[in-house]
Design a protein around this ligand. Structure first.
Ligand code: NA7
Length: 538
């Protein structure tokens, strides 16, 4: 039969926060036939895989959730300001059940190839379980931080102990009791895990390559009156976070820190410090991300806090970041992180002061010519962020062009949503969208709603495909770079810059728009309202 129906209208890859809502929207709102493929054995994405001790979200729970289900916003009770991984996974399981999502999901299945057929204008999706299915639309809901980075440190094969990556921890957990444990990495993950591991282990050695500026999380139970008041004004909260800069109820102080007196700024810094969470990072003085001089004042405050908390001055010195501006690497939230280095069973090995990791030996890690014994090594070494999970899909578009070739010098997209030459392929929270620079559920819902509206538009206008034009894409890429180059962000060796992965092009991956997620949302809506300007609909 010529031109048979595709197997599905849409394939969604991934069943985390974004894939779940994408399915809900395409199936229940547009009535499409959808299949979700998910490598894990249930929903959850990030919250399925990241089960290391201390794993919890860094956004306040009352806004780290879906807002499309207003009833659920009222019903759901979070136990803490920042719930732990099992609680978030329970929430996502509940959403899956409530909206009957699992019937269209195939678990334990990793997508291994995504190929566009020019003749039929359909996608063929292959999986590691041998599925080969066709669809009109493919939506990559693969997450931004899902492709683990296991550094190639020589000797790991000969290590006689056990080792784990934080993003693939065993479901049954790891018993660190009476063990000598080495943690490699001091990013946001390690900052959560280290205090928990130190508490259990006989000896903990932390291998730090770059010190981080950590600010207090101030986790805890939320006053029931505050919870009640928030529930009463959820409509307003949702409007605020959607139009805000970073997807939080936070806004910069509209003033230069350089115009303040020492007393005035100390008071403001104390207020943000006491508030905890991302306030110090994302609601500081407005020039913090732009002026090295302004930034130094903020950094100096944190340095004083570190020196006050860490008793051994030599250890404090190692923990004080050097060589990059505050806030230009992802902000880790501290719950007893700095205090952990006051414990007798904890040693900090700093790459600069003590020498870098040279090799993993049979019984530990050698750094700076010295061997540090370990029964267990925990790699808290992060991810090939943003582009890694998309590249792993092995995508080929029009004319067989490969996404990995198109992106060999860094990602190129239009609005972070689509790539020229790859029609009907959408990248939720993809590179060059606000994504990881925002409270993720806010950006996820915005992208899902936009994609869903776009597909509804195609269907109702009898169009088969939508594709970004190369011209619009080049303009977007130039805009993304132009904006970030006005800030201090490119100066840091961060995963935002791809600097954590050897050989990865040094390109800023997310979009730091001049008006944040609110302005970006407006731009995406204007593009749609203008008949999808910068796209070709055919
Ligand atoms: P991050 O933030 O990328 O942190 C990884 C850490 O591992 C960081 O301290 C790295 O040092 C270190 N690292 C990476 N490779 C090596 C090698 N080869 N040798 C020594 N140390 C190394 O990942 P996280 O999992 O902590 O956080 C990722 C995001 O997940 C987080 O920001 C939240 O959004 C959720 P470096 O700083 O690169 O010198």
């Amino acid at each position: 039969m010529a031109n048979p129906q595709p197997d599905f209208d849409a394939i969604v890859i991934g069943a985390g926060f974004s894939g779940m809502y994408m399915l809900k929207s395409l199936r229940d709102r547009l009535g499409l036939k959808v299949r979700v493929y998910e490598a894990g054995d249930t929903v959850g994405g990030t919250w399925y895989w990241n089960r290391y001790p201390g794993a919890r979200c860094d956004s306040d729970s009352y806004i780290y959730c879906y807002t499309f289900d207003r009833q659920l916003l009222q019903e759901w009770q979070w136990s803490e300001r920042y719930p732990e991984q099992p609680e978030i996974l329970r929430y996502l399981e509940h959403v899956a059940q409530r909206h009957d999502l699992k019937r269209d999901m195939q678990f334990g299945t990793r997508v291994t190839g995504v190929r566009f057929d020019d003749a039929t204008e359909r996608w063929t999706v292959g999986t590691d379980r041998g599925d080969t299915v066709t669809a009109r639309y493919v939506i990559a809901a693969v997450g931004s931080l899902s492709d683990s980075n296991l550094p190639a440190i020589k000797g790991l094969d000969h290590f006689k102990g056990r080792w784990y990556h934080t993003s693939q921890f065993p479901k049954e957990g790891v018993d660190f009791t009476n063990k000598r444990v080495a943690v490699i990495g001091t990013g946001a993950t390690a900052v959560q895990a280290i205090p928990e591991i130190a508490y259990q282990a006989k000896q903990l050695t932390v291998f730090q390559r770059t010190a981080n500026y950590c600010v207090p999380a101030r986790n805890g139970h939320v006053d029931p009156d505050v919870v009640k008041a928030r529930k009463a004004r959820y409509g307003e909260i949702v409007d605020t976070i959607r139009s805000s800069f970073f997807g939080f109820e936070l806004a910069f102080i509209p003033k230069s820190v350089l115009e303040t007196t020492p007393e005035e700024r100390e008071k403001e810094f104390d207020r943000m410090w006491d508030e905890g969470g991302f306030a110090f990072w994302l609601a500081n003085y407005q020039d913090m991300f732009f002026s090295a001089e302004a930034n130094r004042l903020c950094a100096d405050y944190i340095e004083r806090k570190i020196r006050k908390t860490v008793k051994n001055p030599a250890t404090a010195e190692k923990l004080i970041p050097k060589g990059y501006a505050y806030g230009t690497k992802r902000q880790p939230l501290d719950s007893h992180y700095y205090e952990t280095f006051n414990l007798d069973n904890v040693t900090l090995v700093d790459a600069k002061a003590d020498g870098p990791i040279e090799a993993i030996t049979e019984h530990g890690i050698r750094a700076g010519g010295k061997e540090y014994p370990a029964d267990i090594i925990v790699f808290a070494t992060g991810f090939d962020a943003m582009t890694g999970p998309l590249k792993a899909l092995n995508v080929s578009g029009r004319g067989g062009a490969r996404l990995n070739d198109a992106w060999k010098d860094g990602p190129r997209s239009y609005l972070g949503l689509m790539v020229a030459g790859f029609p009907n392929l959408f990248t939720l929270t993809g590179p060059q969208s606000p994504s990881v620079l925002s409270n993720m559920p806010v950006s996820i819902e915005q992208h899902v709603d936009w994609v869903s509206d776009c597909i509804a538009h195609l269907e109702s206008h009898g169009k088969k495909t939508i594709e970004a034009t190369p011209d619009a894409q080049e303009r977007w890429v130039a805009h993304v770079n132009e904006i970030v180059n006005m800030t201090l962000m490119p100066g840091a060796n961060s995963w935002y810059m791809g600097a954590n992965i050897p050989g990865k092009p040094r390109v800023f991956l997310p979009y730091l728009g001049p008006e944040g997620v609110g302005g970006y949302r407006k731009k995406c809506d204007e593009v749609a309202a203008g008949g999808y300007e910068g796209f070709v609909l055919a």
